[in-house]
Ligand binder design. Sequence first.
Ligand SMILES: Nc1ncnc2c1ncn2[C@@H]1O[C@H](COP(=O)(O)OP(=O)(O)O)[C@@H](O)[C@H]1O
Ligand SMILES: [Mg+2]
Length: 317
Amino acid sequence: MIEISNFSFTYRESSEPVVRDINLTIPDGAFVGITGAAGSGKSTLTYAMNGIIPHCYPGDFYGSVKVCGLDTVECDLTEISRHVGSVCQDIDSQMVSSIVEDEMLYGLENFGVSHEEIETRVSEALDAIGIADLRDRTIDSLSGGQKQKVALAAIVALRPDVLVLDEPTAELDPASSVAVYELLRRYAREHGTTVVIVEQKIALLSDYADLLVVIESGRIRFADCPENVLEHADELLSIGVNCPRSATLCHDMKAAGLYAGPICRNVEDAVGMAEQALGLASASPESSRTAADAFAMTGAQATADIAERTAEKGGAR
Ligand SMILES: Nc1ncnc2c1ncn2[C@@H]1O[C@H](COP(=O)(O)OP(=O)(O)O)[C@@H](O)[C@H]1O
Ligand SMILES: [Mg+2]
C-alpha cells in the first residue's frame, strides 16, 4: 500500500510548492495511472513514491509518504528500493552498464541475490518483457524504446512490490506501447505487484488503470476510476488533458441523446456501445462492422455525423 497524506514539496530551487496537498491511497496490486500537463508535477510525485524525494532532491517536505509500511523520510533509499522499482523518465540517466546483461546483473548483485538464482531471474525478466534477444547487445546500440524495455526488465528482475514507471512508453510506437501495457498487467496480476505509471497517452491509462489520477499545477484534480474521470471531458481539456477518442465518442452520443451509459474505457467497448446505441446490432453484421470501424478509426467528427444520420433514420422508423 502507498499512503500519501497532506504531502507538499518545494524543491530547494523553487519558490513555491511543486506538488501540494496530495492525499492518495493506493492499495496493493492496484494499477494506477497518473497524467496531467507537462510540468504539472507528475515526475515529482513519483520521486516521492520511490524515495528520490527527499533523499536525492532536498527541499521542503510536508506531510507523509508511506510505501509498503515504510516512511520514506525515515528509511534510506536502499531500503525503499527493495520494495519499489523505478524506471525514470530520462532513460539514459538510468543505465549504468554498457551491455544489457550487465545492466540486469547490476541490481541483482547489489541486492545480494545468490548466483544460482540470478540466472533464473535474468531469463525470466527478459522473457517477461519480451527482449531475450537483446541480452548480449550493447546499450549504445539500442533504440530508445529498447532501452526502456531493458530498464523495465532490470527492475522486474528485482521483483519489487511496487513498480513506479515514469512515461515508460514515451519512446515506443502505439502498438509496442500496448504490448508493454499488456505484459505489465499480466506480470502485475501474476505477482500481485502494484503499478504506478505516469503516462501522456490517456487512452492507454483509461484502458488499463484501476485508478486514474489527473494532476493540475501540483494538485490532484481527479482521482477515480477512468470512466468517472472521463466524464469531465471539458475540464480535462482545459487543463491540457485530451480525452481518448472512445470517450469523445460517448460524449458525442450522449449529446445527441443516443446514449446514457458510462464512458467507455477503450475502442472495443465504444464500438459495442455505438452498435447498440445506433440500433445497428440487429442489422447485417457486415454493415454494423463497417460503421463500427468507421467510428473507431475516424473519431469524433465523423461520429457526430453518423449519430445524426442514425437519429434521422430512427425518427423515420
Ligand atoms: N530537480 C528539480 N529541481 C527544481 N525544480 C524541479 C526539479 N524537477 C522538476 N522541477 C520543477 O517542478 C515542476 C514540475 O516538474 P515535474 O514533476 O517534472 O512535472 P511533470 O513530470 O508533470 O512534467 C516544474 O516546474 C519543474 O521545473
Ligand atoms: Mg515528468
